[in-house]
Each structure stands twice: as C-alpha cells, then as structure tokens.
Design a protein around this ligand. Structure first.
Ligand code: HEC
Ligand code: HEC
Length: 302
C-alpha cells in the first residue's frame, strides 16, 4: 500500500520535475538589531551550564553550519546520539530536528539549551547569568523593551539563524535561466536525479527538509537501528524510522551523512539512497554524475 502511494509520488514528481526545486530567495527581511544580538548569543559559551559550549561549537557557521564529526559533543565531553544538521537555510525547513519535534527555529532553541548532553542549563540559571552582564541587559531592553527572558533569547537567536542562507549556487543560477552554469555531466546528473525519483523526496527550496520519509523503503536499512525517528513525536506505528528528508544544499561540506553520521563519503550515501530508497543498484557512472550535480548546490557562505 505504502509502496504504491510512493510509486504514484514518483510519477507525479517526474511530471512536474522542473518546478519541484526552487532557488533560495534573496530578499528575506530580518531585524538588524535582533540579528546582531542573536549572533552574540549564538557564539556565547555562557549559554551552557559550565561556560564551555556555544551553539557554534556544534554548528560552525564559518564552515558548514554543522559539525565535522558523526556525533556532537556537549558539556563534559558527552556525545549525543545524532549528527548535527546544518543550520544553513534551516529557516526553510518544514520543522526542526531529524524527527521534526520543534515547529520552527524559535521553538527549537530551548532544545539544545536544556538538553543534558548539549548545553545542560535551565531557564532560571540562564536568565540569571545573562542578566549579570549590563551590556546584555541594555541590549534586550532597547530591542524588546523588557528584561531578559527565555522568549526574547530564543527570538534573537532565531532571527540570527534566518540570515544563514547560501544563495547563488551554480544550480540556483541555472534554475534562474543561466543554462551555461552546468556542464554536460552536471546536467546529466540532474536528469538522473529527476528520472530516478530522488526529486520526489528531495525537493523545494532546500532540496529536502519539506517532508518526513522512511529510511529503508525497499529494504530495512540497519537492523540495529534504535532511533525510531518521527514515531517519537507522533507515536504512530506507521511513522517508525521516518526522518525529516535532509537538505542537499552544501552537501559536499556536511559529511558525515545520515541522522547517525554513519557514512563519510558522498558517493556511498548516494549508492545507499539508490538501493534502500529506490530499489536500484546505481552504476559507478550514475553515482559520479549524481555527485557532480549535487556539488552544484554549494552556495555562497552567509
Ligand atoms: C552539543 C552539540 C550541539 C549544540 C551545543 C547545539 N546543537 Fe543544534 N543540533 C545538534 C544536534 C545533534 C542536532 C540534531 C538533534 C535532533 O535532531 O534531535 C541539532 C539540531 C539543531 C537544529 C535543527 C536543524 C534541522 O535541520 O533540523 C537547529 C535549528 C539547531 N540545532 C540550532 C542550535 C542552536 C540555536 C544552538 C544554541 C542554542 C544549538 N543548536 C546548539 C547539536 C548541537
Ligand atoms: C523516499 C524518499 C527518498 C528518496 C527517493 C531519496 N532520498 Fe535521499 N534521503 C531521504 C531520507 C529520509 C534521508 C535521511 C536518512 C537518515 O539519515 O535517516 C536521506 C538522505 C540523503 C543524503 C544524506 C544527507 C545528509 O545530510 O545526511 C543524501 C546525499 C541523499 N539522501 C541523496 C539522495 C539521492 C542522490 C537520491 C536519489 C538516488 C535520494 N537521496 C533519494 C529520503 C529519500
């Protein structure tokens, strides 16, 4: 049943493939003062229990908006269980986290702050600590007309995150009509991406991040998998092993891949996708073309 719905999805996708991927809009409006405050907070290790970890520790915004390791390390060197997703273009995500348990960026901020293996602070401790800094007190008052609280901390950080976009990739310029941007082989890769049906899951502005899908449709991906994904949020049996389809933008920089960071090489990730998501054994040539196409999604750093 699920499978036939999926086949129909692929059919619809290939009919409309040309409109399924959208370039990153370059006219988003943010509040400059909030962005500056949010940036300060994002880099401030005082947001963690023992002043050692900032948001940037696991989401390096000067490089890829993520971590280079499979799992991330928080306070006291503790490892989490998931690979940190890139924050680049995260404002276009359907929801935040691999299982989508936060509906938007502002709601998401509480997650890492209070997670005991990430920043491990609590609301009272955090507000008290930041309120001892006169500069913060003044800034918050100027911008929000209010004392420091969890709501305006989250709001400012989310506003900064909205500026982390990577527009003008070769592929976006191609989509906007500059057909010379892609080489013959890159165009071939794009064609395969549409014809194989990758685009049925990886589409929209983020070429992903706008739906939840099962990892392991044609075969169970990993017998030892313990993370139940979307099921953790909905408690619906049908959502077991469903994860937010990740963005493929800047994919050459966000290795290792998958929710558990289990795969290092992009070519391997593509091969696995072909087999487990589409029931196809891809040839080396096809994998190379797909990888070349995916490389055209690298955009300008924020
Ligand atoms: C110890 C490492 C660590 C720290 C510190 C950290 N994060 Fe994360 N972040 C992660 C991991 C791991 C995930 C994925 C967790 C999940 O999906 O359950 C994540 C997910 C996210 C997401 C969701 C992205 C997506 O595509 O779903 C956002 C947004 C985010 N973090 C922002 C922040 C902000 C803002 C801070 C600081 C307040 C922060 N993170 C601190 C590791 C970290
Ligand atoms: C049925 C939906 C579906 C199809 C079809 C699909 N993918 Fe995916 N893709 C996913 C999901 C879900 C994940 C996340 C898996 C996980 O980590 O749990 C993913 C992850 C990836 C990743 C790793 C991204 C990261 O940051 O970890 C790459 C690369 C990728 N897909 C490329 C492709 C390519 C290329 C194709 C076509 C050959 C394809 N996908 C087809 C759903 C799909």
């Amino acid at each position: 049943m699920k499978l036939s719905i999926f086949v129909i999805l692929i059919l619809i996708a290939s009919l409309h493939a040309t409109e399924l991927i959208k370039p990153i809009p370059t006219d988003s409006i943010t509040n400059k003062q909030k962005v500056a405050l949010g940036k300060k907070l994002f880099f401030d290790a005082r947001l963690s229990k023992d002043d050692t970890i900032s948001c940037n520790s696991c989401h390096d915004v000067a490089y890829n908006g993520a971590d280079k390791t499979a799992l991330s390390f928080g306070v006291d060197g503790q490892a989490g269980q998931l690979n940190s997703p890139t924050l680049f273009n995260a404002l276009y995500n359907i929801a935040q986290f691999w299982d989508g348990r936060a509906s938007d960026l502002k709601e998401q901020v509480k997650g890492p702050l209070f997670n005991h293996v990430e920043m491990a602070t609590n609301e009272k401790e955090l507000v008290n600590k930041l309120s001892q800094d006169k500069k913060y007190v003044n800034l918050f008052f100027q911008i929000y007309g209010d004392a420091i609280n969890l709501n305006n901390i989250s709001d400012a950080i989310a506003e900064f995150e909205k500026t982390l976009i990577t527009p003008n990739s070769k592929f976006d310029l191609f989509l906007k009509g500059d057909l010379q941007q892609l080489s013959q082989q890159e165009k071939e890769g794009y064609k395969l991406f549409k014809n194989f049906g990758c685009v049925s899951c990886h589409n929209g502005v983020n070429i992903g991040s706008n739906m939840f899908q099962k990892f392991g449709i044609f075969a169970k991906y990993d017998e030892r998998e313990e993370n139940l994904g979307r099921y953790n949020v909905t408690k619906d049996e049908n959502d077991k092993y469903y994860f937010k389809v990740p963005t493929l933008r800047n994919i050459t920089k966000t290795s290792p891949y998958f929710h558990n960071g289990s795969v290092e090489k992009l070519e391997n990730a593509i091969k696995i996708m072909g087999y487990y998501q589409l029931g196809k054994v891809l040839s080396n040539e096809e994998i190379t073309s797909l990888a070349l196409f995916l490389k055209t999604l690298d955009g300008e750093l924020p």
